[in-house]
Design a protein around this ligand. Structure first.
Ligand code: UD1
Length: 419
């Protein structure tokens, strides 16, 4: 099993480019099925989930070529409508293929994604919305089957602004007759990126980034679509929180600072000096930080659930009490018992975690529990005395191209080994 070996205590210093966004590229890869032509996608991060998506596209009959950060997808041939279980289970986000395959083939069959480390993660909102567009949903042998002789544009209101359900509606509605108006839609930047890609591919969608998205329907085939994926805001948060944990001065380039304003505001209130320029953020952390203001995870533009564990690591040694409320996933404090092994003082009651800052953390042996929780452990270890081992069956690599290399480039002593 891969093991992270971290020796804490080094200040971080230096500048890094932020990788392309995982949560943006995955729905765009699924969306490439809709074009009936070739998509040239730039800025794709090298991640296991991206590889899994590429395998699904190949399995469906698309020609796919990968060359460093660029992926070429040829979906001119009508794809298969079935995703085998073995491919589906490689990543949860494969549920995006539901809307995309339905739009292209009028039928889709795939194994319903089960729960994950973060909780039950049902897809009821996705299915209800597809039914509203005229699809019929059935279940057979652990698979969900969605069929639509014809999809019809309509008004849909989501009970909760789910990111995945919003993306699935956008994809399916691109093949519907007539206009779809989606209200209470998720407003995450990755939704805006999906809209930009689909519009570049010939669709007519407006409103992404607001609670109401209008999709004109029936997008034409397009021989070639070129698109560059947005930068990863959660990776940016990770590197900034790393500097807050270890102390030091880092500059992040090629990002959209507005996407992470709620997190940089917290870091500033904790005592970090944060300077924001057009597509750069500079952060300096010196001495002991203060506790962060109350954090409540919410759909965008609220505090991102994916940054909760990362910021928590930055609070472990901060002076005073930091209070977190996790409102998106029911099971997102699994990193807490591991962080306690470093000497952190964290109390969890229901959805609330209270961190009382300690003077020092000490290296220990930890086990990564999920993607961001695992990254949070690596960050906390940067601020701990001595050596920390984080055993990781592959969680962290799902979301970071090379977190170890990035941290080493900033001067941290971090290595990945296999034991
Ligand atoms: C996406 C992100 C993930 C992020 C999350 C919230 C991707 C690949 N993943 O996940 O990193 O943490 O947004 O910002 O983009 N829910 C239901 N029924 C549904 C759908 C969702 O009850 O049909 C619940 C979920 O269980 C969860 C909450 O709604 O508690 C939010 O889920 P959602 O916004 O759909 O997240 P994902 O799209 O799965």
């Amino acid at each position: 099993m891969p093991v992270w070996r971290i020796v804490g205590g080094d200040r971080l210093e230096g500048a890094l480019e932020v990788q392309g966004s995982k949560n943006a590229v995955l729905p765009i890869l699924a969306a490439s099925l809709l074009t009936g032509g070739v998509t040239r996608l730039r800025g794709c991060p090298a991640l296991l989930d991206v590889d899994a998506s590429v395998e699904i596209l190949r399995g469906l009959g698309c020609g796919v070529m990968q060359n460093s950060g660029e992926i070429l997808i040829d979906s001119a041939k009508r794809p298969e409508h079935h995703v085998p279980h073995a491919l589906m289970e490689r990543m949860r986000s494969s549920v995006m293929f539901l809307g995309a395959i339905l739009a292209r083939c009028g039928e889709v069959r795939l194994s319903a994604p089960g729960g994950c480390e973060l909780g039950a993660r049902p897809i009821d909102l996705h299915l209800k919305a597809l039914e509203a567009l005229g699809a019929e949903v059935s279940h057979s042998g652990g698979e969900v089957v969605v069929r639509a002789a014809r999809l019809k544009g309509t008004r849909i209101r989501l009970d909760f602004p789910s990111v995945g359900a919003t993306e699935n509606v956008m994809l399916a509605a691109c093949a519907a007759e007539g206009e779809t108006v989606l209200s209470n839609a998720a407003r995450e930047p990755e939704i805006v990126d999906l809209q930009s890609y689909l519009n570049a591919a010939g669709a007519s969608i407006r409103g992404a980034g607001t609670p109401e998205i209008v999709i004109a329907g029936k997008m034409p085939d397009r021989p070639l679509t070129e698109y560059t994926v947005m930068p990863d805001r959660i990776v940016a948060c990770t590197l900034l929180c790393a500097a807050a944990c270890a102390g030091g001065e880092v500059e992040l380039r090629s990002l959209v600072p507005a996407h992470i304003a709620i997190v940089t505001d917290c870091l500033r209130e904790m005592g970090c000096a944060v300077r924001i320029e057009r597509d750069r953020v500079l952060l300096r952390a010196e001495g002991r930080l203060r506790a962060c203001p109350a954090v409540e995870t919410r759909p965008y533009p609220g505090f991102p659930t994916d940054a909760q564990a990362l910021l928590m690591s930055a609070c472990l040694k901060a002076e005073g009490e930091s209070v977190f409320a996790e409102n998106i996933f029911e099971n997102r404090y699994r990193h807490v018992p591991e962080l306690r092994r470093l000497g952190a003082d964290i109390r969890v009651e229901g959805r609330t975690a209270t961190v009382r800052g300690v003077k020092a953390l000490t290296g220990a042996e930890l086990t990564a529990t999920d993607l961001r929780g695992g990254a949070a452990m690596v960050l906390a270890a940067l601020g701990a005395e001595g050596e920390t081992l984080v055993r990781d069956s592959g969680h962290v690599l799902r979301g970071y191209e090379s977190l170890d290399r990035s941290l080493r480039a900033l001067g941290a002593e971090v290595r990945m080994e296999t034991d």
